[in-house]
Write a protein that binds this ligand. Sequence first.
Ligand SMILES: Nc1ncnc2c1ncn2[C@@H]1O[C@H](COP(=O)(O)OP(=O)(O)O)[C@@H](O)[C@H]1O
Ligand SMILES: [Mg+2]
Length: 274
Amino acid sequence: MTKLTASNLSLAYGRQLIIDNLDFAVPEGRITVLIGANGSGKSTLLRALARLMKPEAGAVLLDGKDIAHTSTKEVARKLAMLPQGPVAPEGITVLQLVKQGRYPYQSWLQQWSEADERAVRAALEATGMTPLAERPVDALSGGQRQRAWIAMTLAQGTATVLLDEPTTYLDLTHQIEILDLLYTLNEREGRTVVMVLHDMNLACRYAHHLVAVKDRGIYAQGAPGDIVNAELIRNVFELDAHIIPDPLYGTPLCIPASQARRAQERQAAVPVHA
Ligand SMILES: Nc1ncnc2c1ncn2[C@@H]1O[C@H](COP(=O)(O)OP(=O)(O)O)[C@@H](O)[C@H]1O
Ligand SMILES: [Mg+2]
């Protein structure tokens, strides 16, 4: 298990403060989903948790140690990060990409091992990418490419996996497939998953712990059933919505209201005087 926490964390681009003095502990062995409006700082926060961004103040602690003072390889053995819209080197094949996931275990002393081979094979299998292993990544569809990146992330074999919108570019079938895959990894292997999802309903279905990001911090966090209501949707997304129980799983299902249709309905309701 890996302990990942943010302590008094502030994140900024130049003078623009994105996250202000945040305290947060990633629940171990659970699936955490970050939600929030575009530009609210979800990716920024995830990047900082993965040590891809240096804090303005405060720290990210990995097993109690400041991640900024932890070696790249040590971090990479404990957590894997799939960023938003990753770009593969030109001409690289799926297999080569997935093998990159094993770099934290390689050194001039430690050559490619049977364990590396097994991890790569398992990751290709889990993501359904085995038949496409020899294909160049840039010759894949958006959905296949995303699955290749997820395979690389899984091959890294870390207890914690961070993913920024892993279902982008995927059709509904593949969205569910990827989320089911992460769900299964969590169930079977107890891997900690932290991801950003933009689909509120899928977020509610798959998250044990939901974190709503707003105003440079956490607006609310908890089990979806405990925190998601019309008020949260209004405040976090500036959207009027009805919340009903998901007919399959009972998790909150968000039905957004349409301003345009509402205006039309109001107009239609106006009595016409001849
Ligand atoms: N590399 C960057 N340089 C400057 N500003 C950035 C950079 N990346 C993101 N931002 C800004 O930081 C804010 C938060 O962005 P981001 O974390 O990507 O939000 P989200 O993932 O929630 O959509 C936005 O206002 C965005 O424009
Ligand atoms: Mg983002």
